[in-house]
Every structure is written in C-alpha cells, then in structure tokens.
Design a protein around this ligand. Structure first.
Ligand SMILES: *[C@@H]1O[C@H](CO)[C@@H](O)[C@H](O)[C@H]1NC(C)=O
Ligand SMILES: *[C@@H]1O[C@H](CO)[C@@H](O)[C@H](O)[C@H]1NC(C)=O
Length: 254
C-alpha cells in the first residue's frame, strides 16, 4: 500500500497547501492539521478536516470491493491495474479491497492436500499461489506488489523484484515457503471455497462484488469507471477526492 498512500498524501497535501496559502498562522506540520478544531481553524482547513474525520471514522460505511480473479487473465490484469488500484489509491478512506486469486481454477483433494488446475496453465496456478501468500505475509504492502506484478510483461518473473521494491521488509523466502508448503495449499483451498460460495456463482473473470453482491450492471460500471461508482455508493459525507475531480474540470482550484 505504501506507494498508494504516498500518492494519496501528496494529493491531499497539494489540496491543503492550496487552501492554506492564505493562512500564515499555521505553524504545525501537515500531519497534525486535523488534530483539533483550533489547529484546523488556524490552518484554514476546518471544513476539509471535518470531512476527512467523518470518512475516517465511519468504517462501517466503507464500500467493500472484492475481486475474484486469476493471475494471468488479461481482463483481470487490466481491471486490477487500471481501475481497482488507482481507485483504491485515491479513495482508500472510503473503500476496502479484497483480492481472491483463484477465478476459474479447479481443485481436487488428494489425501490431506489439494491439487489445482488453472485456466492459463501451471504458471497461472503459481502466480495465484504467490499472490495468495503475499496477501497473507505482506499486509497492505501486498496490494502494491501485486499491482506491480500484474502490470509487468512477465507476471511471475516480476514477483521478486516487485516484492523487493514495494515490501522490502518481507522476506521473500517466507513467501516462497508458504507457496511451496501446506500453508499456501490451505490458503488456496480457502480461496476455492470462497469463490465456490459466490451467489450467483461466477460465470467469468474478473468477477467483481460490491458489498458482497454481484449484479451485471454494477460489474459493467465497475469495469468502466470504478472511481465514480465507489464515490456514488458511499453513504457517508463524500471525501474531497470525490468532488475534486469534478471541480477541477470546471475551475482552477487555487
Ligand atoms: C478529528 O477527529 C479527532 C479524533 O476523534 C478529534 O480529536 C479532532 O478534534 C477532530 N478534528 C476536527 C477538526 O474536528
Ligand atoms: C463492508 O464490510 C464491513 C466489514 O464486513 C462492514 O462492517 C460494512 O458494513 C461493509 N460496508 C457496507 C457499505 O456494507
């Protein structure tokens, strides 16, 4: 996540600097502008802080987007890298993202273990498994690592490089021992169960649910403009990012 957080922070910073240019008495660092009403007032960002606060504290209203996908499917890669992650970078205060790598794979139980068969072959099964273990081991950093992989020409080859860039604190050996061991096998079985439990059952990938539900209309809207969809579905007070995009088209902000 770190790379997205940073972009998001830069964006908010740019917005806040714009607004605070007329407030010379603001003498605290930007991270603390919203810590009290007085400080927010002094820094000329009271309205923005109230908005940030209201979206930050109402996590029960976050729009939950789940993506059921497989690592080598071109449509999945496109949605993940061009819609889902850019939207998440801008709207991480009002949405959650869940990635379920499995898609159209099939599983067969053999003794205590499961064998998987993937639409795009063994490489895809390996990609699914690597990403599943990354999601388990890397916390939020996994999103940036997986995006980096899915945006690369060779998803599998890119894995160690992307991991080193975006999750430098995670041992890649730990990820690979998950991939090659029982742990990954069980995690992938969980993905299989979750995918198999979808109602209605998925018919293709990428398969997108929002707040746990799928409709064909919503899927189409999500694939063409997820950002607008998430902003419109969010029931709390809209964050600046939702209105900024529209305002910027009409007027220059400063
Ligand atoms: C934002 O929320 C924090 C924590 O609840 C609170 O202490 C602070 O005063 C709020 N800031 C504004 C500007 O309302
Ligand atoms: C998103 O999921 C969380 C956790 O399950 C839940 O509390 C929240 O209500 C969901 N959001 C919406 C809008 O349904």
């Amino acid at each position: 996540m770190s790379v997205f957080k940073r972009e998001l922070q830069l964006l908010s910073l740019a917005l806040l600097l714009c607004v605070s240019a007329s407030a010379p008495l603001c003498d605290v660092p930007v991270q603390r502008w919203c810590e009290s009403e007085q400080t927010a007032q002094r820094c000329g960002v009271l309205d923005q802080c109230v908005q940030v606060n209201s979206s930050r504290w109402r996590s029960d209203e976050r729009v939950n987007v789940s993506l059921y996908y497989e690592s080598l499917c071109p449509g999945c890669r496109q949605f993940l890298t061009q819609q889902l992650m850019p939207t998440f970078a801008m709207l991480s205060d009002i949405m959650t993202v869940e990635l379920v790598p499995y898609g159209n794979a099939q599983e067969k139980q053999v003794g205590q273990k499961y064998q998987f068969l993937c639409q795009h072959g063994e490489d895809e099964c390996l990609g699914n498994m690597i990403e599943t273990c990354m999601l388990d081991k890397m916390g939020d950093a996994a999103y940036a690592v997986i995006t980096c992989m899915e945006a690369s020409t060779d998803v599998l080859k890119a894995a160690p490089t992307c991991a080193g860039l975006f999750s430098p604190d995670t041992s890649y050996a730990d990820v690979m021992s998950c991939v090659n061991g029982d742990e990954g096998n069980q995690l992938m079985h969980q993905n299989a169960k979750k995918t198999g439990a979808l109602q209605p059952p998925h018919q293709y990938v990428p398969w997108i649910t929002i707040n746990g539900k799928y409709t064909e209309d919503q899927q189409q809207t999500a694939q063409s403009s997820l950002f607008i969809l998430v902003c419109s579905l969010y029931q709390g007070e809209k964050p600046a990012a939702c209105t900024l995009g529209q305002k910027q088209m009409k007027t220059s902000y400063c």
